[in-house]
Design a protein around this ligand. Structure first.
Ligand SMILES: Nc1ncnc2c1ncn2[C@@H]1O[C@H](COP(=O)(O)OP(=O)(O)O)[C@@H](O)[C@H]1O
Ligand SMILES: [Mg+2]
Length: 280
């Protein structure tokens, strides 16, 4: 191996640049300014200003069509905004690309799309960037050991890292997908409806995992239409309506009923003085 970009794990091939340490406490991991996106006549995002902080779980809520998925696609570089800027790591971008986003430590955790069913857990965690032994041979022993350590740290229980992922439950798959994102040097982890189609106890495990990622210092952005789940894990709740960010509020400054009101636009009058406390 001659050219290796990461100083940390020099025997991984295909390694992306290390996105570097988290920003100092209190500074956002990423800041969006005046992000606008149209699809023909549809205004999907209409001037979004939003900062996502490391060590916080930010929940993005809103009715169908509010613009949630469009917003995370812009953050993960899948879509280009028509207007606005993204600031990250001291740099300002008009848009990102998927590979640039990954380089910068932005990782979207896809429950199904990212995993290869017929491969085992460890192979999925290291997909495409397996450690090499003697230049050519994949170091399976090391992959297994590192996978076990990572899953243990994430408190994800899986019978064996040599089990093909097709035999795992939804929650376990989510755990493997998170481990993969962390191996990809993820600093910001994005989840779009992580508990959709999951039972109660599976959901509880996934929620616990997402909460722990915030506590570990990751910047976490999660979309969920289940407000009970949102209130279980979020530090900050952002409400999108018709492409506008109409509320960015700390969880302790609001309650479920009020958030429902923001989503459906029924409690403009009701306020617990939250406007003044909204950070932005
Ligand atoms: N690729 C697309 N082409 C055309 N319209 C789109 C596309 N993606 C999203 N939209 C429209 O943009 C709006 C926001 O969609 P989306 O971000 O998926 O909302 P959410 O995830 O909150 O349900 C909707 O009106 C939707 O129909
Ligand atoms: Mg969506």
């Amino acid at each position: 191996m001659t050219t290796v970009s990461s100083p940390e794990k020099s025997s991984h091939h295909g390694e992306k640049k290390n996105p570097g340490p988290f920003p100092p406490k209190g500074l956002p991991f990423i800041r969006l300014q005046n992000i606008k996106k149209r699809f023909g006549p549809v205004i999907a995002l209409d001037g979004i200003d939003l900062a996502i902080y490391p060590g916080e779980v930010t929940a993005l809520v809103g009715d169908n069509g509010a613009g949630k998925s469009t917003l995370i696609k812009i953050i993960s570089g899948v879509l280009k905004p028509d207007e606005g800027e993204l600031s990250l790591n001291g740099k300002v971008y008009k848009h990102l690309t998927p590979s640039r986003a990954i380089e910068l430590g932005i990782s979207t955790v896809y429950q199904d799309l990212a995993l290869v069913d017929c491969l085992d857990v460890a192979s999925n965690i290291f997909l495409g960037r397996e450690p090499l032994k003697a230049a050519f041979f994949v170091d399976k022993k090391r992959m297994n050991k590192e996978s076990e350590e990572l899953l243990r740290r994430l408190n994800v229980s899986i019978p064996s890292v040599t089990t093909p992922v097709e035999f795992l439950s939804g929650g376990q798959r989510q755990g493997v997908a998170v481990a993969r994102s962390i191996k990809l040097q993820g600093r910001m982890l994005i989840f779009d409806e992580p508990t959709a189609a999951m039972g109660v106890s599976e959901s509880a495990k996934v929620l616990e995992l997402i909460r722990s990622l915030g506590d570990e210092g990751f910047a976490v952005l999660v979309i969920s239409h289940n407000l009970h789940h949102v209130f279980a894990i979020a530090d900050r709740i952002c409400v999108l309506r018709n492409g506008r960010l109409i509320k960015n509020i700390r969880k302790e400054d609001t309650d479920l009923e009020e958030v429902v009101g923001f989503i459906v636009d029924s409690n403009q009058g009701r306020s617990k003085g939250t406007e003044a406390k909204t950070r932005q």
